[in-house]
Ligand binder design. Structure first.
Ligand code: ATP
Ligand code: MG
Length: 402
């Protein structure tokens, strides 16, 4: 079917009162970003709906991209029809002939914002219902849960027909909740944490700690590739590489191994917080999941978290590993994440990290270090790079028709 436009229904933002306008503006900007590769598109964001005019662009390429934009409840590819009964009847019949095989029931849902149109919604439903019966004599009209719901909208400019409602990504438009720094390792959990934060409108920047030559070029590339997997939801993500070698060597040299992990994590958090401040982020996001490993006991979290009062969002903290993996598969980060490239935590992982680190002891140990000096040298070597989506142009199946 040659669609002419996609009609987008907003998600939760409909309930956001006076912020509504800025939510819609942000969503429109994100949609433009996600669909940048289609220069023909025209995007109009109204108060209640967004209309994406296809202008000849291939809807089967546009729809999968749109599906990843947060803040969209549902969307319907539609066909523009001249605003007269004969044209509407013809197009209705053409659509039905194309799609009715195997379907038993249908209904017509008519909506009219142009009240000067010759039939009202009820009359239009009758008229087009009869037109359907003419070409599909076996099909039955059914109001509740019909196999086909053919929607017709009479608007000022034109009439529109649609018969599919696709599920959007839900959530809130990215950017409407402010910015957070995502601590992104090469593992399964942190990309999922980033995805979930974005889903609630948080714009993210990825902060990755690398310790060359102990960590490889491939490990760094893997973190960038994982970041790339998160870009379709936003358009582009800043990737910040943090040179962490000196600090890890110092910790290893100057402290008992039971405390390496706690001291390392505290340094990571201090640095992420400093980067956040420089880059005007509001919060930190990480992939910690309660009880998964030594650094993720509540006692460890307390000892690590002590370095900052900045809120730390831990979207996967209460999820089971299987639940996290399910999401990782959904956002296509799982296969990448399980590739075996050691990251800085694995390489410097002590054989027996403390699961109940003693904060007083930690503070005492930290007196051995020139923390400010180490941080300053580290921050002087940050590398920032924008990661953008690959232009894959992949066609995807829509199994989840509503
Ligand atoms: P992940 O699967 O995200 O690697 P994990 O279960 O392996 O998590 P840890 O290695 O203990 O857990 O890391 C906990 C969190 O600390 C990570 O989710 C991530 O947010 C952060 N983190 C760990 N290593 C790095 C790193 N090299 N760069 C940036 N953040 C990191
Ligand atoms: Mg990890």
């Amino acid at each position: 079917m040659q669609y002419t436009e996609i009609m987008v229904r907003y998600g939760e933002l409909s309930t956001k009162g006076k912020n509504r306008r800025s939510f819609i503006m942000q969503l429109a900007q994100n949609v433009r970003g996600a669909l940048m590769e289609f220069p023909g598109l025209k995007i109009h964001a109204d108060r209640d709906r967004m209309h994406i005019l296809l202008n000849g662009e291939d809807s089967s390429l546009v729809l999968p991209k749109l599906k990843k934009v947060f803040g969209i409840q549902t969307f319907s590819p539609s066909i523009q029809v001249e605003k007269n009964l004969e044209a509407l009847k013809q197009m209705t019949q053409q659509i039905m002939e194309e799609i009715y095989t195997g379907k038993e029931t249908f209904k017509i849902t008519a909506k009219r914002s142009d009240h000067d149109f010759e039939l009202d919604s009820h009359g239009l439903q009758q008229y087009l219902g009869d037109a359907v019966m003419d070409v599909c004599p076996e099909i039955k009209a059914q109001m509740k849960r019909p196999d086909i719901n053919l929607r017709v909208e009479i608007r000022r400019d034109s009439a529109y027909l649609s018969y599919e409602t696709l599920k959007g990504a839900g959530g809130l438009p990215v950017g409407t909740s402010g910015k957070g720094m995502l601590m992104l390792s090469g593992g399964i959990d942190s990309p999922v944490a980033g995805y979930l934060a974005m889903k609630r409108g948080v714009e993210i920047e990825a902060v990755h700690f690398a310790s060359p030559p102990y960590t490889s070029e491939q490990a760094l590339q893997k973190a960038k590739d994982l970041t790339e997997k998160l870009t379709p939801y936003v358009g582009g993500i800043q990737f910040i590489e943090v040179p962490f070698t000196e600090i890890q060597e110092e910790i290893k040299k100057r402290s008992p191994q039971g405390y390496w992990m706690t001291l390392t994590r505290r340094m990571m958090l201090r640095l992420t917080d400093a980067i956040r401040e420089r880059r005007h982020g509001l919060v930190i996001i990480n992939g910690e999941s309660l009880g998964q490993v030594a650094s993720q006991t509540l006692h460890s979290m307390v000892a690590i978290n002590e370095v900052t009062t900045t809120p730390i969002i831990r979207p996967v903290v209460t999820m089971d590993k299987t639940e996290i993996i399910e999401l990782a598969e959904k956002i296509d980060t799982f296969e990448l994440a399980i590739q075996p490239f050691e990251d800085c935590c694995t390489i410097f992982a002590p054989p027996q990290p403390k699961t109940r680190p003693n904060l007083e002891k930690v503070l005492e140990l930290e007196e051995r270090f020139d923390i400010e000096g180490m941080m300053a040298r580290c921050l002087a070597g940050l590398k920032v790079e924008e990661i953008t989506p690959q232009q894959s142009g992949k066609k995807e199946e829509f199994a989840d028709l509503l």
